[in-house]
Design a protein around this ligand. Structure first.
Ligand code: HEM
Length: 224
């Protein structure tokens, strides 16, 4: 095994800010939903939708290694990756590994479904004064009911996916010796000599896309 000797910047600031802000917002959404602090729950949900939409745009137009085409590999590649989980080896990834890439897609999709279904959720259809999402009254009661069911069931899937995500990161550290958390904090990773740094996109582009995402969420809620 060769020694890790090059420190490269692999995660841009937008991805890192996206990730750690997302964790705070997901925690806030769970807490406010459970305690019935609906104003906070709605604001947190809009912010999550904005971040997720931003991340989707960043996955097409952002930094090289944040693009879906860069880190989404075939399911077979993901399975091969998992089959090597018990093997201690050197980390050579400058993006998500093939299994991690699919996990990112699952997490982003779950967050999108959770946020969108919340807009239309109504936990007491038929009573317009009960607590309901801002767009619930624009759709039929049947649609409200099925989207409420999605919103409720989504919490369990989310908890499961997050637990799996964190467990995988811990296993990569403990079993394979791959340090993934520090790079998500600092942006930098130790890689074998000769590894190539990904091309990182500008912060100005990220800000533009974030504003676009926020505007799209606002317009959707206002004019649906
Ligand atoms: C303390 C808890 C968490 C830790 C330590 C953590 C750590 C990490 C790390 C290290 C990565 C990069 C993995 C890699 O190198 O391939 C990552 C990616 C990611 N995590 Fe977490 N995570 C946590 C919680 C969450 C939560 C609650 C969510 C929200 C559902 C989440 C969503 C994501 C997403 C979407 C990515 C992909 C980031 C991107 O490409 O933009 N994580 N996480």
């Amino acid at each position: 095994m060769s020694t890790q000797s090059t420190r490269l910047r692999i995660w841009d600031r937008p991805v890192r800010l996206f990730h750690w802000t997302l964790i705070l917002l997901v925690a806030l959404s769970f807490a406010s939903g459970k305690s019935g602090a609906w104003g906070l729950h709605f604001v947190s949900g809009y912010a999550i939708l904005t971040l997720v939409l931003f991340r989707i745009l960043w996955g097409f137009f952002g930094s090289e290694n944040a693009r879906f085409t860069h880190f989404l590999k075939s399911p077979l590649a993901a399975l091969r990756q998992l089959a090597r989980l018990a093997k201690r080896d050197q980390d050579r990834e400058t993006s998500h590994n093939p299994a991690g890439g699919w996990m990112v897609l699952v997490l982003v999709s779950l967050l999108l479904v959770q946020g969108l279904s919340g807009l239309f959720a109504n936990h007491d259809p038929g009573f317009s004064y009960s607590q309901h999402g801002p767009l619930a009254m624009k759709v039929s009661e049947a649609t409200q009911e099925s989207l409420s069911a999605w919103h409720v069931a989504g919490q369990r899937y989310m908890v499961f996916a997050i637990a799996l995500h964190v467990l995988a990161i811990m296993l990569y550290k403990l079993v394979k010796g791959h340090e993934l958390v520090m790079p998500m904090l600092t942006g930098e990773k130790l890689l074998p000599e000769g590894a190539k740094a990904p091309r990182l996109a500008s912060g100005r582009l990220a800000l533009g896309l974030l504003l676009m995402a926020g505007a799209a969420v606002f317009l959707f809620i206002r004019f649906f």
